[in-house]
Design a protein around this ligand. Structure first.
Ligand code: IDP
Ligand code: MG
Length: 154
């Protein structure tokens, strides 16, 4: 099973959508194996958004991510990174499909409710950035035989 990182951004916290977004991932069948509230700072954001450091909106993005604490989560499931990215929709909330988190709850290319790792490789790297090893839990998902086929569970 694959793990992926989700961050519920200040736009999610302030719109009181924490429960709603968690509920979507739970209902899909993904397993929550780590979760905590964190105040982000420049040190972690400079690394996390290094790919955007030359963008004109970089400082504004960092400000938006520091505006309130965020909720960081580790979700586990078959192809978890791909599944979560599909569920959140494209970056700009105005362009994201209805039915996705951003499509339903965001009107912005920046205040877009959630961050999610964009691949298996980036999920591994990002989870190490936000979680200590002991903050990720390993427990049996008892309904797994009803979420996946026998082959998928091998
Ligand atoms: P992603 O969150 O869909 O993976 P990235 O391109 O990795 O998108 O950008 C990271 C974050 O930077 C976005 O979620 C959004 O908050 C912000 N961002 C991306 N593009 C823009 C933009 O054109 N204007 C303002 N903020 C942006
Ligand atoms: Mg990204």
């Amino acid at each position: 099973m694959e793990k992926t990182l989700v961050i519920l951004k200040p736009s999610c916290v302030q719109k009181a959508l924490i429960g709603e977004v968690i509920s979507r991932f739970e209902k899909k069948g993904l397993q929550l194996i780590g979760m905590k509230m964190m105040q982000l700072d420049d040190d972690i954001l400079n690394v996390h958004y290094a790919h955007l450091k030359d963008e004109p909106f970089f400082d504004c993005l960092k400000q938006s991510m520091k505006a309130t604490p965020v909720v960081v989560q580790c979700w586990q499931g078959y192809d978890a990174a791909l599944v979560v990215r599909k569920m959140i929709g494209v970056t700009n909330g105005r362009e994201a499909e209805a039915g996705t988190v951003r499509g339903d709850y965001s009107l912005s290319s920046q205040q877009n409710i959630v961050h999610a790792s964009d691949s298996t490789a980036s999920a591994e790297e990002e989870l190490k950035r936000f979680f200590k090893k002991e903050e990720i839990f390993d427990y049996n998902q008892t309904n797994a035989p009803f979420l996946y086929s026998k082959e998928e569970l091998l």
